[in-house]
Design a protein around this ligand. Structure first.
Ligand code: NI
Length: 185
């Protein structure tokens, strides 16, 4: 089932998501629906708060980015109760977009490498390093768990420049093929 994606301006995108345990209702179905929604909307990641569930869960699939880097093919994973333990390496700029900020992309600075602990869909524990684009996508989704959007990471000046653009997006001024929900403002 395709889920509705909350757009910037929606309060749920600003909340800190909570950890869950195995008893979380209909978790498997939510994960399946998140993958389906991400695939259909051509995203490379989707966090549960974006589809209205304020829990520490996100999915990624970097396959659409595999043209330049074959290791990104089939990197399709579920992260539950994720916790980034450390970030390292040089910061670098990379052009990002977000299904919750439709019609806007910009270069965002993030660290090269992360150490993250998380559970998979069967609640198996992992503690792993990631770098490059995988680390980039994971950091973007992890931000959603903390109530942060990629546009928050732009410079103060840039944020001023795009303020009205983002207000427009928040009030529905965009055109995408997936289902969206804007805040009642
Ligand atoms: Ni996003």
């Amino acid at each position: 089932m395709l889920l509705t994606i909350h757009v910037i301006g929606s309060k749920i995108l600003r909340e800190t998501a909570v950890d869950i345990d195995k008893s979380y209702p209909e978790l498997r179905r939510l994960i399946d629906n998140m993958f389906e929604t991400m695939d259909k909307s051509e995203g490379v990641g989707l966090a549960a708060p974006q589809v209205g569930s304020p829990i520490n869960l996100f999915v990624v699939d970097t396959t659409p980015l595999a043209e330049d880097d074959p290791t990104l093919k089939d990197f399709r994973k579920v992260f539950i109760n994720a916790n980034i333990i450390e970030v390292s390496g040089d910061k670098y700029l990379y052009n990002e977009g977000c299904l919750s900020v439709p019609g806007y992309r910009d270069d965002v600075e993030r660290h090269q490498k992360i150490l993250i602990e998380y559970l998979d869909q069967d609640f198996n524990y992992y503690k792993e390093y990631y770098d490059g684009i995988k680390a980039r996508v994971i950091q973007h989704e992890y931000d959603h768990i903390k109530g942060v959007l990629f546009v928050d990471r732009l410079s103060t000046l840039k944020k001023q420049i795009i303020r009205n653009k983002l207000k427009g997006i928040a009030s529905g001024r965009f055109n995408v093929s997936y289902k969206t929900k804007i805040a009642n403002i």
